[in-house]
Design a protein around this ligand. Structure first.
Ligand code: SF4
Length: 439
């Protein structure tokens, strides 16, 4: 088989990174090897993200550069994949006529067939919303400690600000046998932490035979041999069940970590966002989790400057973040996305400078919450899975890893212990990480 080279530029979330690993795996089977240098590639793939305008602009700007390369290298193939491709469809080709394949998120597994077609001189747009079925594990994973394994795709929730239901389609569970085979493969390759990935992991199994839900899947994976950890993201607040909490408590490999996006601490804004809970409900969920799962880390997502958000409503978000003692939050200023409901409320848009200022205050609160959360662990002994070894400029040798509840810990150490589980005493708490020493 002819050896050609492919380069993939990935923008956006972990789901996209995981898709890139799958694309590399599929292309390897048809004679392409991976390169880190786009200039030596025969095929260039941009794996796009449409969560914010900035990211979409970046994707078009990147293929603009590649399009110029194609003027002197007409055999160069350019693939425009991911969320912006799903949305743009044939318009991508109109805007960037040098693109050979427009590959929607739900057609990922069609890629090898499409490559054969463009090698025969065709130009293809494949953005059908009917998913192209995955039948085999073909994945070329970036080496590391943590393997991200998608368990489902899409979302049925239609939050008014979110593009995901339009770009990733409706919820679909991956077949359990494919997930388990993928986990086994990752473990055999030396990965020590498996993170099950989905926009709403709680919905796993709703389209599978009865009984095959997230708790069931966790049991299947926990039963695999060897010492490793299991995590899962993301949970929708009101979908977290007692069965899931019981499962986390019962299964030794499943970590005490929940990522539960709240988005706003104000009931009116939550309603406008089409989130199905209010502040009191979210608080009950946090309190319940903390009362049942010792040392649980709860992280969240928040949006500053949602259309129509008043200063008072924004202050409710700040209050919620502090009152709930969230361990960490991802924060972002609202960015209108075409096709979503909130994007049409232009008369309610918050001026950019106000959004920026609110985001800065949100981040300040986030920093205070993180530091407070980290200080809880001072003097404690914790198990850390080492992910990295570095020799710093001053000659210090440091290993870095994570606790079961996802706290980052830096530890002075002369040896590279990457991939090992070590016991550590926490000696110092900083905003974003802990310091510890080996015991
Ligand atoms: S639940 Fe999450 S992925 Fe689904 S629409 Fe809402 S924000 Fe988007």
């Amino acid at each position: 088989m002819e050896n050609k080279k492919v380069y993939i530029e990935t923008l956006g979330c972990q789901m996209n990174k995981s898709d890139a690993e799958r694309m590399y795996g599929m292309l390897e089977h048809i004679g392409y090897s991976q390169t880190e240098n786009p200039k030596e590639a025969d095929m260039l793939i941009i794996n796009t993200c449409s969560i914010r305008q900035l990211s979409e602009d970046k994707a078009y700007s990147q293929i603009g550069v590649w399009g110029k390369w194609k003027q002197t290298r007409p055999d160069l193939k350019i693939v425009f994949a991911g969320c912006v491709a799903q949305q743009g469809g044939v318009n991508v080709i109109k805007r960037a006529p040098y693109v050979d394949i427009v590959l929607g998120t739900q057609r990922l597994y069609e890629l090898p067939d499409l490559v054969k077609r463009i090698e025969n001189g065709e130009r293809v747009v494949s953005v059908d919303e009917k998913p192209f079925e995955e039948n085999d594990i073909q994945i070329n994973r970036v080496k590391g400690i943590n393997a991200w394994v998608p368990i489902m795709e899409g979302c049925n929730n239609f939050c008014t600000y979110c593009i995901v239901p339009y770009t990733r389609g409706r919820e679909r569970s991956r077949k359990p046998e494919l997930i388990i085979a993928e986990v086994k493969k990752a473990l055999s390759e030396g990965f020590k932490e498996i993170t099950l990935l989905g926009q709403n992991v709680d919905s796993y199994g709703k389209d599978l035979p009865q009984g095959q839900n997230l708790s069931w899947l966790l049991r299947q994976i926990n039963a695999l041999e060897g010492k490793f950890r299991i995590r899962f993201v993301t949970n929708y607040p009101t979908d977290i069940t007692d069965e899931l909490i019981d499962t986390v408590l019962e299964l030794g490999k499943v970590c005490e970590y929940f990522h539960i996006p709240m988005q706003s601490g104000d009931d009116y804004v939550l309603k406008k966002m089409n989130r199905r809970y209010d502040y009191t409900t979210y608080k009950k969920i946090c309190d319940h989790l903390r009362s049942r799962v010792k040392d649980v880390t709860i992280t969240s997502d928040f949006i500053a400057g949602f259309p129509g958000e008043t200063e008072e409503q924004f202050k409710n978000t700040l209050k919620a973040m502090s009152e709930l003692e969230l361990d960490y939050s991802n924060t972002a200023a609202y960015s209108p996305r075409e096709r979503t409901v909130a994007a049409k409320w232009t008369d309610l848009f918050i001026p950019e400078d106000v959004k920026t200022e609110r985001l800065a205050r949100l981040n300040e609160h986030n920093r205070a919450c993180c530091l407070k959360s980290n200080k809880k662990y001072l003097g404690r002994e914790m198990e850390v899975l080492i992910e990295n070894f570095e020799v710093r400029k001053n000659g210090d040798k440091v290993i870095t890893g994570r606790t079961r509840n996802n706290k980052i810990v830096h530890i002075p150490c002369d040896r590279d212990l990457t991939g090992e589980f070590v016991n550590v005493k926490i000696t110092n708490a900083r905003t974003w990480y802990l310091n510890g020493e080996l015991i």
